[in-house]
Design a protein around this ligand. Sequence first.
Ligand code: HEC
Length: 146
Amino acid sequence: MSIRLAWLAVLACCVAGVAVASAEIDVIAVRKAGMDLQASTLGAVSLAVKAGAEVKSFAGAGSAFAVWSKQIPGLFPPGTDKGEDTKALPAIWSDSAGFAKQAAALGAAADKLTAAAKAADKAAFAAAFKEVGEACGACHDTYRAK
Ligand code: HEC
């Protein structure tokens, strides 16, 4: 096999590998489902706050929001601005630093939610819940179509 042919074989292999990888994960479906789960969880948090219920069991929700927030920017790779009725706006890619900042704001609010839950501090939990909701809304205002 000539060197050129060997390189072609390597290249073909890589291209096939990438195609397989992107076929396995539908990134638009994943981010939408993640956002929906997040909204449902936040709904449950809201009910607990309104009812004055115990908050300790929501520590896991807070830490999951934090982990999720770090993944958000990576769930919007270039080329996923179209398809599956995505509401992602072009600003995500033209202002990726701003988008990452909004994701980090959610992470910071989520950390407060976790800390308040662990401390069983209902007042701090209610304040952090409000901050989390504002972080969702702030990102949607700029980066998600209505
Ligand atoms: C860093 C930005 C950002 C943050 C923070 C964020 N979102 Fe989103 N969200 C988006 C974008 C962009 C979309 C549109 C995704 C798409 O359609 O591909 C979206 C979509 C959604 C959707 C619709 C999903 C669907 O099925 O179409 C829901 C519900 C949602 N977000 C809830 C939330 C909640 C609740 C929070 C906070 C706990 C939150 N989001 C935080 C950017 C964000």
